[in-house]
Design a protein around this ligand. Structure first.
Ligand SMILES: Nc1nc2c(ncn2[C@@H]2O[C@H](COP(=O)(O)OP(=O)(O)OP(=O)(O)O)[C@@H](O)[C@H]2O)c(=O)[nH]1
Ligand SMILES: [Zn+2]
Length: 202
């Protein structure tokens, strides 16, 4: 029986098997789009597409907050903004399942503990590798850091291009969507907010 979780033991490259009904669904889509799923070039496409989608959606298999469980408390009393900016990410919009490609800036004002900076990017990717709207992605990243790190403030700004607007529909290339979520100090204190936005380059 085929399974999406285990490796394909017949395949030396260990690719996961794709269930027949998933492949059939992609064949139906190819046919509906106007091509012949039985032609040679498309024979392996259904399993490739399915595996690609499993990879785009890896976030469903993880709890991004686990990345924030390892904290460092010996930071020499550092209590200023920590900012990771220009973090590239990819997601897919839940309306069209089309790529969202952008960058994020994630900042927090620590209380008594910090996390390894790579973990902020891991949290972002954990939520981005799902079907999303940009507003929810922004909120989920900020809320996760807020509730698991308990800092004085969190600021997340995401800027992205939506392929559903550039490659189809309104077909307006070059347009960017910006979303932000400010929490704690960055929400309450205009000067902290200004400072973090300036450091982010906005
Ligand atoms: N707010 C928000 N809207 C999004 C996001 N991603 C895609 N959309 C929009 O979702 C909307 C879906 O609108 P619908 O009218 O249901 O779908 P549609 O007929 O395909 O719309 P068009 O894209 O205008 O052709 C579109 O306006 C998209 O631009 C997102 O992350 N946030
Ligand atoms: Zn879309």
């Amino acid at each position: 029986m085929s399974s999406l979780v285990g490796p394909d033991e017949d395949d030396p490259r260990g690719k996961p098997l794709v269930p027949d009904d998933v492949q059939d669904a992609i064949r139906t889509l190819i046919r509906w789009a106007g091509d012949d799923p039985a032609r040679e070039g498309l024979l392996d496409t259904p399993s490739r597409v399915a595996r690609a989608w499993k990879e785009y959606c890896l976030g469903y298999g993880e709890d991004p907050s686990v990345h924030l469980s390892r904290v460092f408390e010996e930071v020499g009393g550092y209590n200023e903004i920590v900012l990771l900016k220009d973090i590239p990410f990819q997601s897919h919009c839940e309306h069209h399942m089309a790529p969202i490609i952008g960058k994020a800036a994630i900042a927090y004002l620590p209380t008594d503990r910090v996390v390894g900076i790579s973990k902020l990017a891991r949290v972002l990717h954990g939520f981005a590798r799902r079907l999303q709207v940009q507003e929810r992605l922004t909120a989920e990243v900020a809320d996760c850091i807020w509730s698991h790190l308990r800092p004085q403030g969190v600021a997340v700004v995401i800027e992205a291009a939506h392929s559903c607007m550039t490659a189809r529909g309104v077909r307006t290339p070059g347009v960017g969507m910006i979303t932000s979520r400010m929490m704690g100090t960055f929400l309450d204190d205009p000067r902290s907010r200004e400072e973090v936005l300036r450091l982010m380059g906005y």
